[in-house]
Design a protein around this ligand. Sequence first.
Ligand code: AGP
Length: 606
Amino acid sequence: MCGISGIIDQKPVTRNLLTSIANLEYRGYDSCGMAMLNGKGIEVRKNTGGVEEVRSREKLDMMTGNLGIAHTRWATHGGVTTENAHPHLSQNGEFAIVHNGIISNYQKLRERLIGEGLEFRSTTDTEVFVNLVEEAFAQKNDVLGAFLEALKQIQGTYSIVLLSSHDPEHLYCVKQDSPLIIGLGEGCNYIGSDINAFLEHTRKAVVLDDGEFAVISRERYEISDVGKREEREKSILQIDWDTETTKKGGFSHYMIKEIFDEPQTARQALDVPQEQIKQLAEMFQNAPHAYLMGVGTTFFICQMAQYLFSSLSKKYFPAISSDEFNGVVPVSSGELVVAVSQSGETFDTKFSLNVAHEMGAKTAAIVNVMGSSISRMVDHVIMQGSGPEICVVSTKAALAQALLLLRTALELGYKEGCLDSKSFQSHQKELESFPELISILLNEKSGFMRNLARITSSVQNWIFLGCGIYYPVAMESALKMKEVTYLHAEGMPAGFLKHGTLSMIEESVHSLFFVPPPAEVDLHNRTIIAIEEIKTRGGTLVGLYFEGDSQAKSLLDHAVELPPVPSLIAPFVQMILAQMFAYYTALDLKRNIDKPRNLAKSVTVG
Ligand code: AGP
């Protein structure tokens, strides 16, 4: 999704503006640009393509000035063209804006302005707004007054930053349903659609809430309510993310770097204070009904949790995809909705949480990005502390979410008397050993996963299968495969095969089986039955299985054997290796791994 940056400094800001939009690249975009006030007026340079490409084509680094705004655009209104890229200038060139979100009533406003003789350069909703500011300024001769006057006329979701040649001392911004954060520096201030825009320069930030605008100078910032225009006191957020974790650290892609971060991510998830886990477990315990909600990967993480709660605490908490939540869950007062979101900005999840809140439900969330909307809108939030996840596809953040939900299920199981203190302690020990275990596994098995990917990278059709909790593992792994390789991969419960999909089976159709440890007798038996169903029909069998499983070993055509691990953590181990498999397959296919086509890191539109 689009990224916003703004900097006002005593020194030239060109280089920092460029770095800031490069640091927002991971959000996914198709064009970018910068606007700077350079003594003569506002200069805008922009084009389609990546930051590096546009930098060299448009010579962005030759721009000068000590305040500017920049943007990475993911097209919504209007195609991917230079004209549609941001920043947008008003007709007389005295105002420039960058904008995230959608101005829903822009067509009407555009028609009015055209009727009054205005000629638009782009087909965007954004250009309409900047011209409303210009129009209001002609009446008021005051930049802030014009900005607020223009705001009165628009509807929709937006975060906007405004730069004007009439005021070289300030940047103006506003937030409504689309994130915007101010970074506080020494003699300079920053604006970003997320903290990655300025994390290299400051760890102090102030998060804007919906309906707030800010006037930002080099030394000060003032935040007020758009409606009442009253100044608001806001608390300063101290960001504890490590910038080193955002660097690739010698890996060729963020995706594989982030997979190799997983031992550390797991440790961080296990370090989240037990008190916070207890609080969430109590919320589950006290609610007449509770629902787990996420979308894409986080939906599959919720599905995994559904199995964990069921087996460890004998409770059924349905997992629902955020985009379907409102259509199917008649949520009512006192019930609990627990959302999972890496970015904390996903539109569908935010929307459903809002509805749940309005209906009087209690809400909780597991979120990675500090200061994000979801982290601030729920009754109880657990910050997963996974650090920045830059690759568009989620790996380490997903693992941390699953571990936090596993910890909650264990806590609830203990509270409910389903686990005695001995088994609770022994599971905690298993969890403590997990980071070290995956660290060894990642190193020992990456070669095997690489080879498996080499053998199978020409396969066009995959079916990923598992039973019990391995079913959502299969679903999530198939999504990972699709996202990053663009191949067809379908996840399903192994028991589904005979109800239809078996008709597809022939040699070229490959199935990937997530085989549980043989100690999980029922799950294992059911998985072996499905493997045999495919074997009999001549399909090609690929699988991940644990040492000592002679049945799986003899049936699979291509397999990776894993060392024995406790049943509790076995599904997580397989999920991580499947992430690696998707990565290496995409590597062989020379895909754009960190930014797969058509995808964005945080989906802030509905
Ligand atoms: C993950 O690999 C995907 N890119 C996507 O499914 C993602 O998990 C989904 O959009 C939810 O995002 P969130 O965790 O930021 O809410």
